[in-house]
Design a protein around this ligand. Sequence first.
Ligand SMILES: CC(C)(COP(=O)(O)OP(=O)(O)OC[C@H]1O[C@@H](n2cnc3c(N)ncnc32)[C@H](O)[C@@H]1OP(=O)(O)O)[C@@H](O)C(=O)NCCC(=O)NCCS
Length: 143
Amino acid sequence: MILGIGTDLANIERIQRTLDRFGDRFRNRVFTEVEQRKSERRRDVAGTYAKRWAAKEACSKALGTGLRMGIAWKDMSVSNLRTGQPVMHVTGWAADRLAKMTPPGHEAIIHVTLTDDHPWAQAMVLIEARPIADSGPESGGGA
Ligand SMILES: CC(C)(COP(=O)(O)OP(=O)(O)OC[C@H]1O[C@@H](n2cnc3c(N)ncnc32)[C@H](O)[C@@H]1OP(=O)(O)O)[C@@H](O)C(=O)NCCC(=O)NCCS
């Protein structure tokens, strides 16, 4: 079943201006080391950050919280599989929220997809709850 969806559009030029103005203060407050490493070695540095910014906003919507002042942005982070496919990881408050919205006997899977076409970066996040294989009635396992 689907627990939540979220989408966001981020302006790459606005992210570029924020990077220019606040530099490492912005980078370190919002992006994990993995996100920074990936973004800094790209040709389109701001575009790569902007996709990850959009992913965090989209994830907070899918979690049903939206972004509030003071939330830990780094508790929602994007990494990439070898194929390039993005993966969303949640920790801290975001992991707690995910656990609370996941029905018993299910595991939550976060799907994320990113795209950009200057000056826009877009993300969509979908949270799925999948029954845990050995908790079904056939197996006799408890939830
Ligand atoms: C996946 C692909 C269609 C992306 O198209 P694009 O027009 O270059 O880029 P878009 O702006 O639409 O999307 C880029 C995002 O797609 C996502 N993406 C990349 N590869 C992906 C894949 N295999 N599956 C799902 N999503 C993927 C990434 O999140 C990427 O952004 P990021 O690198 O900043 O995380 C394109 O890269 C492609 O065809 N790749 C073929 C596979 C390939 O070349 N692999 C090389 C590594 S083995």
